[in-house]
Design a protein around this ligand. Structure first.
Ligand SMILES: [Zn+2]
Length: 206
């Protein structure tokens, strides 16, 4: 199971492949498929033909909703301040487990600002997942609840603040280049001594 991901709203029906028109009604079905939550966006005609109200009884059904398709806005100017949303998207794209807790806090912040809306809470393999929808773009965010303890919260909130302020360039978030560091012997655990050289015992009688 992927810990977190974003599944964008499709720009075309996943069944008949016809592109959605601006303001067209679409239907989204979320099904558990193998270890993933699989999202399908379908047009009204395909919805009636292939799914309909019986969808909730299908094996693997997780969630269903419908919405109104919005054609994507023209791209914004290149230089953009890091926001909680852009940061969360970046972290999910990096898929670095160090940022799971930060991602969770960012999602909560975005929910409070009404930028993300909780669609579902799912328990799976002993973990809790939140499925958030971004109503503006229709993107679906799967966020793992890291089950933060109170004594971890302060550090995570500090990390969030640092990342929003400095982005991923802050020194403490630079990925260490010396990942093999723990294989370097230290004083307490010296490396196995090299094979002792055989003492010259060959006092060859001359
Ligand atoms: Zn269709």
């Amino acid at each position: 199971m992927t810990d977190w991901n974003i599944q964008s709203r499709a720009h075309a029906c996943s069944t008949c492949e016809k592109a959605f028109a601006h303001k067209e009604l679409y239907h989204t079905v979320l099904m558990a498929e193998r270890a993933e939550f699989k999202r399908s966006d379908v047009c009204q005609a395909c919805w009636e033909r292939e799914f309909g109200d019986g969808v909730r009884d299908r094996k693997g059904f997780i969630s269903y909703w419908h919405g109104v398709y919005q054609a994507p806005p023209p791209p914004e100017e290149a230089i953009q301040k890091e926001t909680a949303e852009s940061l969360l998207r970046k972290l999910i794209e990096m898929n670095d487990p160090r940022f799971i807790s930060v991602g969770y806090i960012l999602a909560v912040m975005l929910e409070r600002k009404r930028i993300l809306k909780v669609k579902e809470q799912i328990k799976r393999d002993g973990h809790r997942y939140f499925l958030y929808e971004h109503p503006g773009t229709g993107d679906l965010f799967t966020i793992l609840d890291p089950d933060l303890q109170l004594n971890q919260l302060e550090q995570v909130q500090k990390d969030v603040a640092d990342l929003l302020e400095h982005g991923l360039n802050a020194p403490q978030f630079q990925k260490s280049e010396t990942t093999a560091a723990n294989t370097v012997p230290d004083a307490e655990h010296p490396a196995t001594p090299t094979e002792p050289q055989p003492t010259p015992s060959s006092e060859s009688p001359s």
